[in-house]
Design a protein around this ligand. Structure first.
Ligand SMILES: Nc1ncnc2c1ncn2[C@@H]1O[C@H](COP(=O)(O)OP(=O)(O)OP(=O)(O)O)[C@@H](O)[C@H]1O
Ligand SMILES: [Mg+2]
Length: 262
């Protein structure tokens, strides 16, 4: 499969205030190298604060790296014109942990899902509504949800809206940042199965960030393990989970109770 994303030697630090007047440099990512091929699902695991979301934001072009290179479809986002960047960004989408935080509660489901389409394409209101209805069907929501607000929906339903919105422009890469960890355990598996089915049907490429090794086992072809800003281990999912080499991965595997489901 062709290479979709290539991250090489990426470093990132933040200046944080440390006391009233002092500032300190916090090194968040060190020498990150990642390749994602078209159609792959990559799991990114690591403890809280290890830099997973920061890496995702750099990949999405939302924040710059301090150094290193990020190529998406062979192109360096930072080297493109504003219009070029905008055009590339439509090929990437992100689903966040909590739909009630990431989605505007004042908008209807129709407007939430239509927003990215409107930003990039011109079409009649009727055509737009039809497109959104189709996207809702893809995520298992009926047409009657079009005029609802997410505040009146369950977490699982609201996350389906976030997924429909992410799929709206048929992105080449979908970043899923803890997409089920804010949901009730009972609906987590449903949303994961939906994501797996969408990938099987449409061939989407996923970068799936999670703390949960069961989720990785269920969803990912390959795994990257991050610890303190570095990728300490990577490889095929079964190989990593069945015989972890790095002490951090070993601890993570040991801390995960064996459960055949979820
Ligand atoms: N804009 C920022 N300014 C300063 N520090 C930041 C900023 N964004 C992230 N950090 C810090 O960078 C480190 C990595 O954060 P990041 O959100 O990438 O971790 P994470 O692996 O996604 O964690 P979690 O699993 O809790 O989501 C943390 O110490 C965080 O506090
Ligand atoms: Mg995070």
């Amino acid at each position: 499969m062709p290479e979709l994303l290539s991250v090489s030697q990426v470093y990132k630090s933040f200046l944080i205030s440390d006391g009233m007047f002092r500032k300190r440099q916090l090194d968040v990512l060190r020498d990150i190298n990642v390749i994602i091929e078209e159609g792959e699902a990559i799991g990114l695991v690591g403890e809280s604060g290890s830099g997973k979301t920061t890496l995702a934001r750099i990949i999405m072009g939302m924040i710059p790296a301090d150094s290193g290179e990020v190529l998406f479809d062979g192109l360096d986002l930072t080297a493109l014109s504003k219009a070029g960047r905008r055009e590339r960004r439509r090929d990437m989408a992100i689903v966040y942990q909590n739909p009630f935080v990431s989605l505007n509660p004042r908008l209807s489901v129709l407007d939430l899902v239509a927003e990215p389409i409107r930003a990039h394409e011109r079409m009649s209101r009727a055509a737009l509504k039809q497109r959104v209805t189709g996207l809702l069907a893809d995520v298992g929501l009926e047409e009657s949800y079009l005029n609802r607000r997410i505040g009146a929906m369950s977490g699982g339903q609201a996350q389906r809206v976030a997924i429909a919105r992410a799929l709206a422009l048929k992105p080449k890469l979908i970043v899923l940042d803890e997409p089920t960890s804010a949901l009730d355990v009972s609906v987590q598996a449903q949303v994961l199965n939906l994501l797996a089915n969408l990938r099987a049907t449409h061939g989407y490429t996923y970068l799936l960030i999670t703390h949960n090794l069961d989720v990785v086992r269920h969803m990912a072809d390959r795994v990257l393990v991050m610890s303190q800003g570095e990728i300490v281990e990577h490889g095929a999912t079964d190989a990593i989970l069945d015989s972890p080499q790095h002490p951090y991965t070993q601890a993570l595997v040991a801390a995960t109770p064996k459960s055949p489901s979820s």
